[in-house]
Structure formats: C-alpha cells, structure tokens
Design a protein around this ligand. Structure first.
Ligand SMILES: Nc1ncnc2c1ncn2[C@@H]1O[C@H](COP(=O)(O)OP(=O)(O)OP(=O)(O)O)[C@@H](O)[C@H]1O
Length: 266
C-alpha cells in the first residue's frame, strides 16, 4: 500500500486515547444550519486540523469545543466528561490575538495564571518557559504594539500554553503572517506538539499547512457541515520544513485533498 493510500486508509485508528470527542453536534444560527450531526474524535497529544471551504463551520466547531458558543444538540466530551461551557482544560488562541495592549509580553503571557491567583514569581517562571518556547526570548518587556503580527500571535499561543490547558484550540494562527514567519511558526508548533503532550485542534485554509503539520486532518463539507473524510498524513518530518514539500508522498496527499475539495470551492 502506498503512503498516500495508507494516509486515507488509516484514518480511523482504534485504541486511541481520545482527548475530545464530538458526538452528533448540530448548530444553527437562526435559519443558517452551520453544523449538522457532526461526530469527530481528537486523539490526545496529537494535532488535528479542520480543513474545508470558507463558511463550512470550522470556527463554529472550535468555539463550541472551547465552550464559547452553545451547540443546539449533541455532546462535547473532554477528558471523558460532557462539557457545556468554557473550562480550564481548554484554551482558545484567537485569530485577532486578544492581547492586553497596556501590558507587557510577560504580563500578557502570565495573565491567565494571574486571573487564577498564581503567585507572581511562579507565574513568571512558567510564562518565561513558554515565551522561550514560542521564540520570543528577549521580548518579555515589549508591548503588543511593538511586535509584528506573527509575534503577537506567538504571545497568544504562549498565554494559552502557560495556563496548563491540555487542549489548545487555534483559529488560523498563521493567517496574518508572512511566508517565512509562517514556516518558522509551523516548525515551532510541531516542536510544541512533540514536547508538550497537549492536544492541538487547528483551523487552517491551507491544504499544504494541514498536511505538513497534522497527525490527522478532518475534511469538512460545506454547511451544514459534516466530516467528509479523515486523513492521517504520516509525513516523515525529520526531512525538515524546506524538503518535505518536495516529497512525492506529501504532494500526493495534497493532490488528493485538493481533488476532494475542489468541487466545493468553485
Ligand atoms: N453569529 C453568526 N450569525 C449568523 N450566521 C453565522 C454566525 N457565525 C457564523 N455564521 C454562519 O455560519 C456558517 C459557518 O461559519 P464559520 O465562521 O464557523 O465558518 P468557517 O468555516 O470558520 O469560515 P471561514 O473559513 O470563512 O473562516 C457561515 O455560513 C457563517 O456565515
């Protein structure tokens, strides 16, 4: 079986430790049916991308998992428990950064811990670890307006990491950054997935990015959204961000996903 066939055939692994499970979730906005009877599992410690045409409900699903938006029916199970609202086990990294403009990088990253009453030295130690982890060492005392969009996005990610949520929800985290920053950020994200043992759920518009970064990709159909296909790319990432895009297996999976999606994009 070729790598590409196995990426599609192994899409329903058994015996996985599931961090988040979506069971028959539906969501309407008035007359707009956004999600319909959606079911999907997110394995612990892995990165799952949600990929699909614009308006298919990716952000809606992410916000429902975060507990920021109520679903109409179905269940969201996180670490084995049904959840109906926000909780400390999930952190949402907003597309528009949602940083405090008057606070330094250190204070922004430590802010979630500050809200929980964690003593200053403890929260700053933890924040420092993640400021380094996202490549922002040296910028602890900078303010958001002194940073580029990509750097602000990293502050948002460091803040989400520092609160010890074990599920990280990222809504197009790289959409506002240039190509070089995007590649560096993708590499850093993969290191975080490997080192942090957290579950990442990631919305992207980029097929290439999804294939490069993901353990599994949920291809969603236009609304009312359902899961069209699950793909497990199994890319050998040791070849590095610059070489993988030339690998035949990578290109085959990108082509197959494009073939599935193109009918809905026109
Ligand atoms: N607050 C709202 N009120 C009414 N309709 C909404 C609202 N939010 C989203 N929708 C509609 O629900 C559908 C799903 O939206 P959502 O933002 O989840 O899609 P998406 O896949 O994340 O889109 P994109 O890829 O363009 O960011 C869209 O048709 C959108 O217009």
């Amino acid at each position: 079986m070729s790598q590409t066939e196995s990426a599609f055939a192994n899409a329903h692994p058994t015996e996985q430790d599931i961090a988040v499970s979506i069971r028959g979730v539906s969501k309407n906005y008035g007359a707009v049916e956004a999600l319909k009877d959606m079911s999907l599992d997110f394995p612990r410690g892995q990165l799952t991308s949600l990929l699909g045409p614009s308006g298919c409900g990716k952000t809606t699903l992410l916000k429902i998992i975060a507990g920021l938006l109520k679903h109409d029916s179905g269940e969201i199970i996180v670490n084995g428990k049904n959840v109906t609202g926000p909780g400390p086990n999930r952190a949402f990294v907003f597309q528009d950064f949602a940083l405090l403009p008057w606070a330094t990088v250190m204070r922004n990253v430590a802010f979630g811990l500050e809200l929980r009453g964690v003593p200053r030295s403890e929260r700053e130690d933890k924040a420092e670890k993640y400021i380094k982890g996202v490549g922002l060492a040296g910028f602890e005392n900078a303010y958001p307006h002194e940073l580029s969009g990509g750097m602000r996005q990293r502050v948002g990610l460091a803040r989400a990491l520092s609160v010890d949520a074990n599920v990280l929800l990222l809504d197009e985290p790289f959409s506002a950054v240039d190509e070089q920053t995007r590649r560096k950020f993708q590499e850093d994200l993969l290191s975080l997935v490997a080192n942090e043992k957290k579950t990442f759920i990631f919305v992207t518009h980029s097929i290439e990015e999804a294939v490069y970064c993901s353990d599994q990709i949920a291809l969603l159909l236009p609304r009312p959204s359902r899961v069209h296909e699950m793909i497990r790319p199994q890319i050998d990432r040791s070849k590095g961000v610059d070489n993988i895009p030339r690998e035949p297996e990578y290109l085959d999976i990108v082509d197959q996903i494009w073939a599935s999606l193109r009918a809905y994009v026109e």
